[in-house]
Design a protein around this ligand. Sequence first.
Ligand code: BG6
Length: 474
Amino acid sequence: MKFPENFLWGGATSAVQCEGGYDKGGRGLANVDLVPVGQDRYAVGSGDLHANDFDPQAFYPTKSAIDLYHNYEEDIALLGEMGFKVYRFSISWTRIFPNGDEKEPNQEGLQFYKNIIKECGKYGIEPLVTISHFECPMGLVEKFGGWRDRRMVEEYAKYAKTLFEEFQGSVKYWITFNEINMVLHLPFVAAGIRFDEGENRNQVMITAVHHQLVASALATKLAHEIDPDNQIGCMMAAGPHYPETCKPRDYWKAMEDDRENYMFIDVQSWGYYPQYALNWVAKRNAEIPFIDGDRELLRNHPVDFVSFSYYSSHVSTSEENRTDVTPGNVFQSIVNPHLKSSEWGWQIDPLGLRITLNLLSDRYRKPLFIVENGLGAKDRVEDNGKIQDDYRINYLQEHILAMRDAVSEDGIDLIGYTTWGCIDLVSNTSGEMEKRYGFVYVDLDNEGAGTRKRLKKDSFEWYKKVIASNGECL
Ligand code: BG6
């Protein structure tokens, strides 16, 4: 059984993780620009960073990243060579509105993305644009405190409207926010939030997400008004929670953990907060900051499709204080003894992808789009310049098989599949370059040293065949 004729095979990146050129073309400073590489990236990425702390002389991994800003022609040509049908990339908000609050967009920034879209067009690649992928102008973080402030909704709507108007007819698929459930795990990176001493952090986070949900519904409204062909998606970091045992309490905990992940895309897909979400908020002594018109806006403008990233499943337990947790993962999960792990401790579970597709399909009855999946691994360049990444091929092969079962046996309505980091880029959680996902290797190390030369890995030719055979040759 084949994938549908028009199945969108491709890959995904985000602006801040690959573009570099942080001060080029009038771009302003973004929150992620301040987050360093290394062990404490996480802690700092959730904390107290200020625009004045940015030292232009210091090394930050996203400052130059892989310099896609200057190499986009060569890079997109490589994606074209693999036969990509779709390329998911994000637009850097601070290239379009450098400080966030300007009245007019920065033309140089718009031109950069027009060039990217034009390059995609050369190879028949459909763009899939993430409007906000873990990026917020530092100008708005300083002025408003990020998404905790309602005024972010207007700034985002102005930015999104600019994109819909500028790229009308050339971009059809849009994602409003990357992994919206991550606001609860990476508040600074995902929502520009810095906490004050002693404040109710849950209140701040739920306020920020509510503003994003309203902004997402408003963007969906605008997108459909500007061009009824626009297709708007929500996006979550997915992966089912398995109960550790058949103890009912473990099942209950797994259900609660799953719900915490679904909570926000439920609102984007259904148009209202389900009762369990209202309970979640109330239990944390928080309130959703509704104002007049919010409920109608959410209800009248749900998304067209549901997209998600999938790297791993998780294990939930009702026991307190367990220490056997998986390392390096934003989600706290205890180790699943039945699964292998990546070098970063992310557990590998292809069947979990099929389970996820079924759960999301049952829940939303909307087309699904897998917009991130892949294996972060250390690659070695042989003396002859070859990179034998059979581990990556195996990982993707097993996940594509699971996806094929979901499409052919379970009848899931799946639009496409974009592997994460199709060209090596800076890791979000560690800031490292050496956590590589790509089909294309980039000669660059964790300290920013290297030629940035691009090399094809073995997986490059493999994925090219997968696409050419529409998923038959794995
Ligand atoms: C997703 C993000 O959470 O996972 C990406 O949307 C990120 O931005 C990807 O890069 C992989 O995570 P990491 O930490 O390996 O880069």
